[in-house]
Write a protein of this length. Structure first.
Length: 265
């Protein structure tokens, strides 16, 4: 489908917002990017939106990862194991996702968002252990959570940070700020895997992805800075994360409700 100049401008603004959220909570990049590309930019094909945002979110995640790494909060051993096992899951999930109707994907996507938001609110008062490292006690959990999260990430065409953050916390009991920084390695890896799969099918608009990334670079700088400020207040970053998910889930459910009713019929 042809994309107008106005749509490209809207894409850069959407990218700025997504970059800010990625820097702030490590997740929420594609959970926001796909609805923004579909409903704000106006890309009518959900599969094209998924493929394009997979490219953009992967690049923005890699940039924000470097910022968090300089602050010393990335748990590299845990992040690498989570990412490696998740890549296999992401490839399998993205292959399955391409075979499902795009509107039905959006509806299922929203239901998953609500479940994760509830999970984050339930654990908002936990401090975690900031000195956690990869070890025999958490390696299996990291591998299992990584593969599952990668599969879900690829199926829905998302970077997966909104699942990776709670996954890392559950597997290792690390604080949310460490999970936010560490999650970005897997977000980038899952996004690249999904993007390659969608590129093969011709479902990526490279110019739209480029302007999205440009906006995301600017937004990400502000998000990372705010994340470090909020992390000092017990449970606040978790609550922000969950509230964002609930708001977007409600909107996606509303816009994709037609797919649900047609499925019942």
């Amino acid at each position: 489908m042809p994309i107008s100049l106005v749509q490209y401008l809207l894409g850069s603004v959407s990218g700025l917002f997504v970059g800010f959220i990625l820097g702030l909570v490590g997740g929420g990049g594609s959970i926001l990017a796909v609805p923004l590309i579909v409903y704000v930019v106006g890309v009518s094909d959900p599969h094209l939106a998924i493929g394009t945002t997979a490219v953009a979110v992967a690049v923005n995640a890699a940039i924000n990862l470097s910022t968090h790494a300089r602050a010393g909060i990335v748990k590299w051993g845990c992040a690498f194991l989570f990412a490696l096992t998740g890549i296999a899951g992401a490839f399998l999930g993205s292959s399955l996702g391409k075979a499902i109707d795009g509107q039905k994907l959006l509806f299922l996507f929203a239901l998953l968002m609500i479940a994760v938001g509830i999970l984050m609110l339930r654990g908002r008062q936990r401090d975690g252990h900031p000195d956690v490292q990869l070890c025999s006690a958490n390696a299996l959990k990291l591998a299992i959570f990584g593969f599952f999260t990668g599969g879900v990430s690829g199926f829905f065409g998302i970077g997966g940070g909104f699942l990776i953050v709670p996954g890392l916390m559950l597997a290792t009991d690390m604080p949310i700020l460490n999970a936010v920084g560490s999650s970005l390695l897997a977000v980038a890896a899952f996004g690249i895997t999904t993007a390659i799969n969608y590129t093969v099918s011709g479902w990526v608009d490279w110019l739209l992805a480029a302007v999205f990334v440009a906006g995301g670079i600017v937004g990400g700088l502000g998000g990372v800075k705010l994340a470090h400020g909020l992390a000092a207040r017990r449970g606040l970053l978790n609550a922000v994360f969950a509230s964002l998910i609930f708001l977007v889930a409600a909107y996606v459910l509303y816009r994709s409700r037609g797919a649900f009713y047609s499925g019942l019929g």
